[in-house]
Every structure is written in C-alpha cells, then in structure tokens.
Design a protein around this ligand. Structure first.
Ligand SMILES: Cc1ncc(COP(=O)(O)O)c(C=O)c1O
Length: 475
C-alpha cells in the first residue's frame, strides 16, 4: 500500500471538513446589502438536514447526550426566552443569577455537598461556579490551585500530578498557567497508580487529579486512596467528573458498584461536573465545585482601579450568554431525579449489551472495567482498520492511542431500540472485513491514528495537528 504524503492527507482532510464549498456561497466579505432572513433560515435548514442524521440515529460516540426532539424543542424555547441575557449584568438579569446559583447547588448536592456541609466542626461549605464546559472548569480549578499554593505555601514552581489517561484539558492548563505537568502512567487496568503518584509528590506539588471516569477507557480512578495522599500532604485533589458526574450518583442508586469519588471523601477539594453532557443541557455549560469558598476565591477576578469602573467576574469569560445557564437550569428541573435515574438505567443497559457482544468476538478484547464509555482493541488486527470499516457503516467512533484502541461513549442516542445489537452486528462484520482484507486501505480517521503511532517524532505530529487547525479557519 502506498503511503500518502502529508500534503495529500491535508488535501483530503480539507475536502472532508469543507464539504459545502461547491454548493454554497463562501462569504469572505460582508454582503453589500443584507440577505433576506428567510433565505438564511432556508440555508440553515438545508445544512441541518444534511448533518442531523449523522448523530440522530445514534451512530456517533458521545457528542449528543440526549437528542430527543421534545427535549431539543424545550431547550430551544428556553433559549429563545432568555437569548438577550448576560449574567455579567447582575442588576439587569437577576433571574440568571438565580438559575446559576440553583444549578450549582443542585449539582453540589448530587456530589454529596449537604452531607459534608452538615458535619459539625468541619468548615466545609461546598460551593462552585458555572463555566462554559469541562475544559474551562478544569482550567479554572488548576489556576485556582496555582494561586492558592503561591499565597498559602509560597510555591513559585508549581507541579501537578495527573494520570496519563486524564483529559487533555489538564495539559492545556499546565501550558496556559505554567504549572509543571507530571503525567503518571496508569496500571494494567488503566487506573491511576497510587504508588507512582505517591513517589511523584514533591514540596512543589499543588494538586493531584483523578478521573471518574477517564475519557479514553471509561475507567474510574482510585479516588479514595489518591485523595488521601493529597490530604496527608495538605495539597489539592481534583476529581474530574465531567463525564461521570451526572451518571455515577444515579448508577449508585441503581445498585451498580460505584466507588466513592465525591465530597464524602475528605481529601477531595474540587470536582468538575458537566451539565452539558449527561446533565442534558445545551452545549456550553459545566460546573466547577470547591469544598469551601476560601478556595474558590482564588478563581475569582476583581479589579478596583480600571477606568471602566470596578470589575469582577467569576470565570474566564466577561460577557456570556445567560441563555445557556437558563437551559441547564430548565433541563435539570424538567428531568428531575426520576428522569436521571431512568436515563442512566437505559444507558447502562445498552452498555451491558455492547460489552457482552464485544466479549463474544474472539478477535477483540475490552480495556478496563468501563460502565458505559467502552474501549476495545485487538491483539491480532489493526484496530484502526476495524474503526474505519465501522466508519463505512456510518459509525463515528473515537480512536485512542498508547495503546491503540477504539472507544464508543454511550449516550441516550445509543439506548434506542435495537441499536446496541446493530453496533455488535456491524462490529462483527467490520472485524470480518479486516480479517479478509488486511492490506486494503480504508479511508477514515484510523489512518491518522496509524500515522501518529508510526511517526516517532512528536513534533511532526504536533505540527500536522496545528496545520489542521489552520485548515478549520480557511475559507
Ligand atoms: C473526563 C473528561 N474530562 C473533561 C472533558 C472536557 O470536556 P469539554 O469537552 O466539555 O471541554 C471531557 C470531554 O469529553 C471528559 O470526558
């Protein structure tokens, strides 16, 4: 098989991410006169129709977590009612301040805030803020620990200890805020390694991190032991429950084995939980929680001498949409405990069918003990090729690396009647195709992962990815 050059791959990528060039006008300048609103709506409807089936039928890993039409219509109505709001102006829109305080409190109580706040002699008072997504919540937490450690402990060269499987947002935080990253390899079950974490602690450590679960393998780290290490050293511990925060409390109630990961553990000092994933809110909201307001204060920005007046903001954004906060509030109220329990049950039952199906395919094996974010690989086959054959059947899965694997993160979309069974049927046929055509080049994301695995120079792949980002903004 001829290997494609980087340029050829770039050209192919360009045509796949810019599919509308031929049929739609490309605007590089403002139109001289405004276009009719009906025409613009018509164009948006056509684009929506072209893209909707990709995720609506449940063939995409993660991405859309609810997606039922009545839920979408409800969120859209909430958005329309609040579209002009901006929580920066607390005097104009106190309704948004109310929604945000309530979303934070409801989420905090899912993370056992009430249980720890009520303990006598403890000065815990779980609190939080609403951010734009999991990445922002994680960035905010890491900045908070950096500034806390500088003031309280005089640490000028901060370090963070993060399992290799924790989300890339922690690397982003390390780069943005100049915190030295210590990535610790996970154990053979893809869980954070307690002993290696202990060995990595230095006087400059400001925070230890664990995921519940991790994005790649859906594995829950040993939060109890890791957070105890942090408590012994008087450093922060962050539970990244971006993915699991709105599943695990309900899974526990449904009787699944869920280890403790929230504020019931005294060493846990912050938790990120995404309302815009299994909270079923519109994209653009997440909650960052802290064990007490003293810690949260290091997140806040205030300035008193700016000619524009006194200025204060809790997160990275200045102005932002209150409609997303209203949508998160409305989603949570409309679903309620009963709805979250029922939805979690559906997702976990779909996951059981898929895990059993994968166990029955001799060429494949499961990685770790995931509940619903399921990673699999093969000892004999090129798993990226299996992924590409799944792509031919319209499944959009995530390629993983180190080790090479593929995952499907199940959402309510996958809990549709017959879909878990269809996944397994298609997967069996993708495995067959890979066995029968091991040399055939298949177009898809698998090739990119293959390339990344085969290019030993990290900088080359980094440069390729930066060029991909350039491409996104090219006309
Ligand atoms: C465990 C985990 N943490 C953080 C994030 C980042 O969330 P976001 O994409 O909302 O920034 C994700 C996203 O999938 C995740 O799975």
């Amino acid at each position: 098989m001829a290997t494609k050059t980087t340029e050829e791959m770039m050209a192919e990528l360009e045509s796949s991410i810019k599919p509308y060039k031929k049929d739609y006008h490309t605007y590089s300048h403002l139109p001289a006169t405004g276009r009719k609103k009906e025409t613009i709506i018509g164009e948006l409807e056509a684009l929506k129709a072209a893209e909707e089936s990709k995720w609506k039928n449940g063939l995409v890993s993660g991405a859309v977590y609810h997606g039922a039409q009545d839920h979408i219509d409800f969120l859209n109505e909430v958005y329309a009612l609040t579209s002009q709001t901006n929580p920066l102006h607390t005097d104009v829109w106190p309704s948004i301040t109310k929604f945000e305080a309530e979303v934070i409190s409801m989420t905090a109580n899912m993370m056992s805030a009430e249980k720890v706040n009520d303990v006598e002699d403890a000065d815990d008072e779980v609190c939080g803020a609403l951010s734009s997504g999991g990445t922002e919540s994680i960035l905010l937490a890491m900045k908070t620990y950096r500034d806390w450690a500088r003031e309280m402990k005089g640490i000028r060269n901060p370090e963070m200890i993060v399992p290799s499987t924790a989300h890339a947002a922690f690397d982003k935080a390390s780069q943005y805020f100049n915190i030295k990253m210590k990535r610790i390899p996970v154990d053979e079950n893809f869980k954070a390694d307690i002993e290696k974490t202990r060995d990595a602690i230095t006087p400059n450590t400001i925070v230890i991190v664990g995921s519940t679960p991790s994005f790649p393998h859906g594995v829950i780290d040993p939060i109890e032991a890791l957070s105890e290490l942090a408590r012994e050293e008087d450093i922060g511990f962050h539970t990244d429950a971006c993915l699991g925060g709105f599943i695990l409390p309900w899974a526990e109630k449904l009787g699944y084995e869920v280890p403790l990961f929230d504020f019931r553990l005294p060493g846990v000092t912050s938790i990120s939980v995404d309302t815009h994933k299994y909270g079923y809110a519109a994209k653009g909201s997440s909650i960052i929680l802290y064990r007490n307001p003293e810690l949260r204060r290091y997140q806040f920005y205030t300035t008193t001498d700016w000619p524009g007046g006194l200025y204060l903001s809790p997160t990275f954004a200045g102005s932002r949409s209150g409609a997303l906060s209203a949508a998160a509030w409305a989603a949570m109220l409309s679903i309620g405990e009963e709805g979250y329990l029922a939805n979690t049950k559906k997702i976990l039952e779909a996951a059981a069918v898929i895990k059993d199906g994968i166990r029955d395919i001799p060429e494949l094996y499961l990685l770790g003990d995931a509940l619903w974010d399921i990673a699999f690989s093969s000892k004999d086959l090129n798993i990226y090729k299996v992924m590409d054959y799944m792509g031919e059947k319209k499944w959009s899965l995530n390629g993983l690396q180190n080790p090479a694997a593929v995952h499907i993160c199940l959402t309510l979309r996958h809990a549709q009647e017959g879909l878990p069974e269809k996944f397994i049927t298609d997967l069996k046929s993708a495995v067959e195709s890979t066995i029968n055509n091991p040399g055939k080049a298949v177009d898809g994301a698998g090739r990119l992962y293959g390339m990344s695995a085969n290019i030993p120079i990290k900088g080359v792949v980094d440069a390729f990815l930066k060029r991909f980002l350039d491409l996104l903004f090219k006309l």
